[in-house]
Design a protein around this ligand. Structure first.
Ligand code: HGY
Ligand code: MN
Ligand code: MN
Length: 381
């Protein structure tokens, strides 16, 4: 992350931005407006990613933010532009996502700072290890004259490619439930323990995981994933005594998501009880679906059309920092096509012509913001 910060800082400063890293580890470049206290537009996305990831998830939206400022070529607008590279959006290290974006709206709270990673290091200690001062978190909060947030991001799904489209304008970001389930059975000898005397934690988890898939397949638009399973003692000739499994459930409708999550967790109870296995549930995230702001998505659609592309309205199954900012700052997202619909994978890609389309659209969007003072006025400016 230090290397990424150094590279991006150089690009940001070359584009005329003043750069700092805030107390939550967000990299922030400020491009001034035509007046000292001009309203502020945020353009950004996250710098972290997932293990074995592709090269575009998150970082593309930050680099495009810098590129958009470069394209202004020192032209001053009636608003400032702050490009933010958010830290810790994925939730890989501390099991809670969106830490950087929570900080800029003042919601990186003490409980979150106390979360620990696999080595027992807290979020607070990790910030100090990165030469940051968590007591300065209040200074990370966005100024009150921040009037809009634009996030450019790869779609991470197959829709734009299936329709041979470069861009999509996001209307809603699906909600998500994330949880950790711990199946505690009884480790024992694989060769001497009769089947009816076992308390096999891995067999319980395995039955549950197939029930997760069945439940998701039976609801339109629902996705549910068990992406991480840790087994102890993880030996061929030992019945698993303890299994820790992740759960990720998503849907654009919160009622459907919550009902499905409850049914899935009930399945875990069934699979555990029938084997005399104890179940512990840790709910890690209950993130509501977030509609994006028509006061911005409408001009963003207009900008897409002006740039010569179709403004395909699309719902995001992936979570984004925009879902954290949107409840307090009018937010919009522009998606770029994901070739092969692939993401969270080394072969994740983006097409140069789609990057060109996104930059052209973003510059048209800035012109609309500049020319339609109503957007500036109506959106907290
Ligand atoms: O998991 C997600 O939805 C995103 O990649 N943060
Ligand atoms: Mn991601
Ligand atoms: Mn992302």
């Amino acid at each position: 992350m230090r290397t990424v910060h150094t590279l991006l800082r150089n690009w940001m400063e070359a584009a005329g931005m003043s750069v700092h890293v805030d107390a939550a580890g967000n990299l922030r470049g400020l491009y001034p407006g035509s007046t000292p206290h001009a309203p502020r537009l945020i353009i950004g996305s996250h710098l972290d990613t997932v293990p074995n990831a592709g090269p575009f998830d998150g970082i593309l939206g930050v680099v495009l933010g810098v590129t958009i400022v470069e394209e202004l070529d020192n032209q001053r607008l009636p608003f400032a532009i702050e490009v933010i590279g958010f830290s810790e959006e994925e939730g890989v290290r501390f099991a809670k996502p969106f830490l950087g974006s929570l900080a800029v709206i003042g919601k990186l709270d003490r409980n979150t700072l106390a979360l620990t990673d696999a080595d027992g290091i807290t979020v607070e200690q990790a910030l100090r290890n990165f030469d940051l001062d968590p007591t300065q978190l209040p200074a990370a909060i966005l100024p009150t004259n921040t009037f809009a947030f634009l996030e450019l991001h790869i779609e991470q799904g197959p829709i734009l490619e299936c329709e041979d489209l470069s861009l999509g304008v996001v209307d809603t970001i699906a909600g998500q439930t994330r949880a950790q389930l711990i199946f505690t059975g009884h480790a024992n000898h694989a060769g001497t323990t009769p089947m009816h005397l076992r308390h096999d934690a891995l067999a319980a988890a395995a039955e549950w995981i197939t029930a997760v898939e069945d439940c998701a397949r039976s609801h339109t638009g629902l996705v549910a994933t068990v992406g991480k399973v840790e087994t102890l003692p993880a030996a061929t000739n030992v019945i698993a005594g303890r299994v820790t499994a992740s759960l990720d459930v998503r849907h654009a409708d919160d009622a459907i998501r919550k009902t499905a999550a409850a049914a899935i967790l009930q399945e875990a109870n069934f699979a555990a009880e029938k084997r005399g296995v104890h179940l512990t549930l840790n709910l890690q995230l209950d993130q509501p679906a977030v509609p994006l702001d028509p006061r911005l998505t409408t001009p963003l659609g207009e900008a897409t059309t002006r740039a010569g592309h179709s403004a395909r309205i699309i719902t995001s199954g992936a979570g984004h920092d925009a879902m954290i900012l949107a409840p307090v700052i009018p937010s919009a997202m522009l998606f770029l096509r994901s070739p092969a619909g692939l993401s969270h994978h080394p072969d994740e890609n983006v097409l140069p012509q789609d990057v060109e389309a996104a930059i052209a659209t973003a510059l048209e969007f800035l012109s609309l913001l500049r020319d339609h003072k109503t957007i500036l006025k109506d959106t907290n400016a």
